[in-house]
Design a protein around this ligand. Structure first.
Ligand code: ATP
Length: 571
């Protein structure tokens, strides 16, 4: 398939600010895509060249892309920089430069989706000395073949700035409509996506083998599984109602969740909450897992905590310093970690997703050799609320967030916030409302002291049913002057000219600047109230929201959902 077919779709998507229209455009297009191309097209719709967890890094800087544009257009880099200066965007620069292509002796032909893919994956694989030049040459070869409009989007894809506003769920919905004729079939796709969060695999399986094919998708070690989440309750009594009889409770540790995979060949891979491959960040943890888990092939989950020399737990913020690309060895010594294993999803050829929690922890206890840096979650099994409360106090004394209450018979509900897990945090016991993870979708310019930067952020929840982002508050409190000054640097890469298609906002809440939903902030609020100005759950807002910190471990679709807010409001 010609890349230009996809380029026409990009053009349409760029103009729409309606989520439904976006799904219509995509599903109409998917119907016309050959089966061999559907996986590639699904990734490219999201501006990616593979699933997110495969971390295909092109490693191309703006400077390199401009150099490639100059070479493809046979004009000087000086001239390209001038055009870039007036256009302010690499994509528009490429379009302008390549409007008049230099004549070649042999016609180069049109750029196909397969061509583009092969070339970009070749670029990913290049490293070491001389690789930048080779990367540039490969990029020149596809830019020469692309149309001028194609070059515009191609430049944005390679720089990771193609912001079409579609998310994984938008693609899933559109695939359901295109290949099954009905959006309601998206449930089947979602089920498959929860154990195989790779839109390319889902698209190709559906196109080739239909819904029956999707049912056959299995857990695959080295491909992350969407993580199970916990429900919240307002009163202890509700816990007992939801999980009657004997139950388990574990510490709710304030660290970073990790899903660790060990393949048959002995390779260990670590995936974050947003399913990114973070193996390189924790070589120490890889070693502990290798040495202390006695099994050939498995998938486990744990919370990683920073610890001091005595093994005492340190706050989440300390652990965040381990999120780095450089000086890793130095930081292993500076900030040692401990992983508390709490889940087993797969073991030596068998999926444990549908086994009871009781069975899963029995296996964990069998295979883990406990030590200072790798151990299992603290746990009690009880039917006595008083004992539960005592355990909760102990966890608070250990500076943890609270406890996780788990149904002994419960299965692992991948990608779901089900009732088999209930969280109980210290904020609830102090009668404070919970914290919210909100996605930043816009900003208002500051006045007075805040002139010249953003004074407040427009924040939204995620509506899982409609795949939309709904506004819930304007956030200005809790942001220091220093933080405010740094906001443009953090947010402006996501700036877009029109309201992103999946955002639902009332006229009264129109911000000065719109952002593609990307950045998550954790916010504390005093109350949820009804509001005619916000779109969350048809009119709910947060009162007195206060910024706590950025949650770089979450992506937009992992924000607090509108359904959760509605639930909390009703309670
Ligand atoms: P939060 O912001 O409280 O982490 P969340 O929406 O990310 O909320 P929840 O489903 O509310 O996730 O809570 C589960 C999270 O708690 C997990 O993602 C994990 O990081 C953490 N956690 C800590 N201890 C445990 C445990 N023993 N069992 C499961 N999850 C745990």
């Amino acid at each position: 398939m010609d890349f230009d077919k996809l380029v026409d779709v990009y053009e349409e998507l760029e103009k729409t600010s309606s989520g439904n229209q976006m799904r219509e455009i995509l599903s109409d297009f998917f119907k016309t895509v050959p089966k061999d191309d559907i996986a590639l097209v699904s990734y490219l719709t999201l501006g990616q060249i593979s699933s997110e967890f495969e971390s295909a890094v092109l490693g191309l800087a703006e400077k390199t892309v401009l150099k490639a544009i100059a070479s493809a257009g046979a004009i000087s880099i000086k001239k390209v920089k001038e055009i870039m200066h007036s256009k302010g965007d690499v994509g528009l620069t490429a379009e302008k430069v390549l409007q008049k292509k230099p004549q070649t002796l042999i016609p180069i032909g049109k750029l196909t989706i397969h061509d583009l893919f092969d070339t970009l994956h070749k670029i990913v694989k290049l490293s070491g000395t001389g690789s930048q030049d080779k990367k540039t040459q490969l990029l020149v070869s596809v830019l020469q073949k692309a149309s001028s409009k194609g070059a515009k989007y191609l430049s944005r894809i390679v720089l990771g700035t193609l912001r079409m506003g579609a998310g994984d769920m938008t693609v899933i919905d559109s695939l359901a409509i295109a290949f099954t004729g009905e959006k309601k079939n998206k449930e089947h796709l979602e089920r498959a996506y929860n154990i195989c969060p790779d839109v390319g695999v889902i698209a190709e399986t559906l196109a080739r083998d239909g819904l029956k094919g999707l049912e056959k998708i299995q857990v695959h070690v080295s491909r992350p599984i969407k993580m199970m989440l916990a429900q919240r309750v307002k009163e202890w009594e509700e816990v007992v109602k939801k999980i009657p009889g004997t139950l388990a409770a574990e510490g709710k540790y304030d660290g970073e969740r990790v899903q660790a995979h060990k393949t048959k060949s002995g390779e260990i891979m670590l995936f974050s909450r947003r399913l990114e491959n973070i193996t390189d960040q924790f070589p120490d943890l890889v070693e502990y897992i290798q040495k202390q888990i006695n099994a050939k092939e498995f998938i486990i989950e744990a919370e990683i905590l920073a610890i001091d020399k005595e093994g005492k737990h340190l706050p989440f913020q300390t652990l965040m310093q381990r999120r780095r690309k450089y000086d890793i060895e130095e930081y292993i010594k500076k900030i040692p970690v401990q992983a508390k294993i709490f889940e087993l999803l797969y073991l030596d050829g068998k999926s444990y997703l549908n086994e009871s929690y009781k069975e899963r922890i029995k296996q964990i206890e069998k295979i883990v050799k406990k030590g200072k840096h790798l151990t299992t979650a603290d746990r009690i099994i009880t039917d006595d609320v008083e004992e539960l409360k005592k355990f909760f106090s102990e966890m608070l004394d250990d500076k943890q967030e609270g406890i996780m209450i788990k149904s002994l018979e419960g299965v692992y509900q991948a990608g779901t916030r089900g009732w088999n897990w209930i969280k109980w945090k210290k904020d609830y016991s102090q009668d404070m409302i919970d914290t919210f993870d909100l996605v930043v979708i816009g900003a208002f310019y500051g006045r007075g002291k805040r002139h010249g930067t953003y004074g407040a952020l427009l924040c939204a929840t995620y509506n899982t049913k409609n795949d939309t982002f709904e506004t819930i508050c304007k956030l200005g409190t809790g942001l220091t002057d220093e933080m405010l000054a740094s906001l443009p640097g953090k947010l402006d890469g996501d700036k877009v000219k029109i309201k992103p298609a999946r955002v639902i906002a009332k006229k009264e809440m129109e911000p000065d600047v719109w952002f593609t939903p990307t950045i998550i902030v954790e916010v504390l609020a005093a109350e949820i109230t009804k509001s005619p100005f916000h779109s969350c759950a048809s009119g709910l807002a947060l009162r007195f929201p206060r910024f706590l910190h950025f949650r770089d471990d979450k992506k937009a679709e992992q924000a607090t959902t509108s359904e959760e807010v509605k639930d909390m409001f009703e309670k």
